[in-house]
Structures are given as C-alpha cells and as structure tokens.
Design a protein around this ligand. Structure first.
Ligand code: KE4
Length: 427
C-alpha cells in the first residue's frame, strides 16, 4: 500500500527530532502505532495531511476550550501583532490578564505569567521552599505536573522512603527531596507528616488528577489534606493547569470550595499560545524577585500575543456562558458511553466532570493510579484505532483525559457515539 503523507513525514521527523515528536505523548506509543500529522484545524475538527477529517477530543491537551482557531482569537492576535510580537517590556495586557485571574480565582492575590505548565509548577515549588525555608515536597502517584526534576519522582521502594527518580538524568539527591504517596490515602499522608512534618515545604496535587485518566478526590480528602498541611506549616500548591478556567471560572477550587496557598495554571489562559502562570497569597508571591529572594524569570513571560489570545478566550467563555453548555455535552458524552458499554455487557467506568471525560475498561471504582492500571489496555487500543479510522480522535493513551470544546455540537457528540457504537458492534 502507498505510504501516507503522515507516514512519510514521521519517517523524516524521526531523522531530526527525537522520537519524531516534540512531546512524547504525541508519538502514539501508548496505542502501539504511529501518529498522524495535522494540516489544519478549526472548531471541533482536525484535518490531517492526507485530507482525513477527525472530530477532535484532545483540543491540544486542553487549551482549545472554544475549539480550534476561533475567529475571535485569530482576529485579536492579528490586530495585536500589528503593535508588536514580543517586547520584554511591561505591557498593559499583562496587567489585564493578572487582574482577570485574580478576579476569577479569589485565592490568587498575585500572579506571575510564565510560558508553560512545567514552568508554573517548578516556580511554585521553588517559591514554597523559599517561603517556608524547607526542602521536601509531597506529590502523588499518577499526578503529573510537568517535567521539572523535582516532579519526575516515583514512589520510594519502602513505605516512607523518599522518592526514586522517574527519569534518567534526575539525580537521586533531587529525588530524595520528594516524597511520592498514593492519592486518596489520608492515612499515608498523616504518617508522612507525623514523621517529616517540619521538613515539608508543600504538597503539590492536581486539583482533579487528569493524567491517569480522570480521578476524583474521595469525599473529605481535600479537606483533610488542607487540615494536615495547615497543622504542619506546609503549603498546598493546587495544580489547575488542566482544570483551571475549564471546569469553572474559578476552576476546581471554586467547585470544591478549596483554598490553596498557590495555584499553577496554564493551557486555557493562553488561548492556544504558550502560556503558564502561578499565583496565590500575596505574602508568598512577594517573596519573588525583584522584591524578594526567590529568583524566577522568563524572556517571553507575559508575551503580548499570548496575553491577547488568552484574554480573548477567557472573556468569550464568560460572555457565552460556556461552562453550562460544556457540562451538558460532557454529560451527554458520558451517558452515551455508559449506555453503549452497558448494552454490550462490557465492564467499564466513565469518569466525567464538565468538558473532561475518561472511559476505562475496568470493573471497579477508579480512585488512584493503581486502579487505573487494572483496566483492559488492549480493548482501549482497539477502540482508539477503530474510532480513528472512522473519523473520531480520542486520547491516544488510556492515561489521558478527553476534552470537549464549546465548538462541539450536540450533533457531534451523537455522531461520535454512533461511531463508537458501530466500532464496538464489530467486536
Ligand atoms: P506543560 O509544561 O506541558 O505546559 O504543562 C505541564 C502540566 C502541568 N500540570 C498538569 C496537571 C498537566 O496536565 C500538565 C501537562 N499536561 C499534558 C497532558 N496530560 C501535556 C501534554 C504533553 O505532555 O504533551
């Protein structure tokens, strides 16, 4: 069979880009195949370089909450670019963005823009260490916060030993400063704080863990986590890079009435351009250079085009009242998936909140990465490829969450469910 253009491009890409991709998940390794290359995208749809049209449930891993290339954002970027593309000088749009974030997210009294979610969490951790004068951090198995060294740390071998590097190149000495625990386990949290409480600068936790599919905190877990950190003088860094401005104007902390000390943000606030941000209590944020002793910087931080794209997207979300619509079509997707796999008599779980959803082929409640790993990966892969061939692009990994945008219509969701039903009917 003739090689597709995607196959030709991938072969060429691998000669000049590690693994042929600029971010590992794009290589489709978790579904044992080769990626397609995209030519263009608009609204809920992608067109690959071979002309195939796909309904997209990734949305660039979260940023494209209004769909791909909204006319409003294209127009705003085009207009802003006429006044300059990057200044490295304070500009009014940075102030507008900071004001909007501090209004929408009350726990964020001050905020600093960066250029990725990784920069946001990495900087928040340094800030927490600088503010508390402590070195250790606690994270949770299955939670991903970007690729800063402190965060590429797996659980230690023993119950309470410090972390093991989760990537080559991370020194053991760095991993020793990170304690990785099972998520949703209050007892383990209490044990660790009983033993190391005075050494722990902060807990960093995904608001709703969405890098092991989609996992929810057990009833009372976040409350307990907050009590334990407060009692021990440790901070909470709430990672809302994926959920922030997507699940509500104020993110999960609004939904859960949670009050973190610091919040990491990204994705949606960039409107598709490279952006991250971290913010929180003013007494903590004021520790940052140039006022305070904690250094943090960035050439392109507050880039005017990225601020323009993000502000346009956030304001349109608010004007459209998009959050209710996103929750409706998210529920439509989840209900449809449950109907299909119940009728098929297949064990499954569907976790969904707002426009985020995840389908697991497993017959027990998903409470942490351990239960996620019990799912039937082969069936997931079969579904992924069957859907892709039929024009539906689901997350190319059982560890990723699906994202629905405001550009998806109820008809798109119905068409997607029809495709899934037809794929499953052939099994
Ligand atoms: P970036 O550095 O990739 O912008 O953000 C890191 C990050 C931080 N916190 C959370 C909760 C995140 O989900 C992420 C990144 N998300 C992944 C998708 N699961 C990005 C996709 C990729 O790695 O290519």
């Amino acid at each position: 069979m003739n090689e597709t253009l995607s196959q030709k491009l991938f072969a060429k890409a691998k000669t000049v880009i590690p693994g042929g991709v600029n971010s590992p998940v794009r290589a489709f390794r978790n579904v044992d195949g080769d990626p397609f290359f995209v030519r263009r995208a608009k609204g809920a749809r992608i067109e690959d370089v071979d002309g195939n049209s796909l309904i997209d449930y990734i949305g660039s891993w979260g940023p494209n909450i209004l769909g791909h290339a909204p006319n409003s954002i294209i127009g705003a970027i085009h207009q802003a670019a006429k006044d300059g593309i990057s200044y490295g000088i304070p500009n009014p749009k940075e102030v507008e963005m900071a004001q909007l974030i501090t209004e929408w997210v009350p726990s964020v009294e001050k905020v600093r823009m960066v250029n990725s979610g990784t920069e946001a969490t990495m900087s928040a951790i340094r800030l927490a260490r600088g503010f508390t004068g402590r070195d250790k951090i606690v994270k949770f198995e299955g939670c991903y916060h970007g690729h800063a060294d402190s965060l590429l740390v797996a659980a230690g071998s023993g119950a309470l030993t410090f972390g093991e590097p989760d990537s080559a190149g991370v020194p053991k000495s760095f991993a020793n400063e990170t304690i990785t625990l099972p998520y949703n386990d209050v007892e383990r949290l209490e044990e660790v704080f009983a033993q190391f409480g005075e050494q722990i600068a902060a807990i960093i936790v995904e608001s709703y863990p969405a890098n092991a599919g989609l996992v929810f905190p057990r009833e009372g877990y976040l409350t307990k986590l907050r009590e334990i950190t407060k009692a021990n003088g440790a901070l909470v860094i709430f990672d809302e890079v994926m959920t922030g401005f997507r699940l509500a104007k104020g993110g999960v902390q609004e939904l859960e009435n949670f009050d973190p000390d610091l919040t990491a943000m990204g994705k949606v606030i960039g409107g598709g351009l490279p952006v991250g941000a971290f913010g929180g209590r003013a007494d903590i944020m004021d520790m940052l250079a140039p006022d305070g002793p904690v250094y943090q910087a960035g050439t392109l931080s507050g880039n005017p085009l990225a601020m323009t794209a993000g502000l346009t997207q956030l304001r349109e979300l608010e004007q459209k009242g998009a959050y209710n619509y996103l929750a409706d079509i998210g529920a439509q997707m989840a209900d449809g998936l449950r109907r299909i796999f119940t009728e098929k008599g297949m064990p499954h779980r569907v976790n969904q909140v707002g426009s985020m959803f995840c389908l697991y082929f497993v017959d027990e409640e998903i409470v942490n990465v351990e239960t996620v790993q019990k799912q039937d990966f082969e069936t997931f892969k079969k579904l992924f490829w069957g859907c892709l061939e039929a024009g539906v692009y689901l997350a190319p990994s059982p560890y990723e969450t699906g994202f629905i945008s405001a550009a998806h219509t109820r008809g798109d969701i119905d068409d997607t469910l029809d495709v899934i039903e037809q794929v499953v009917a052939k099994w």
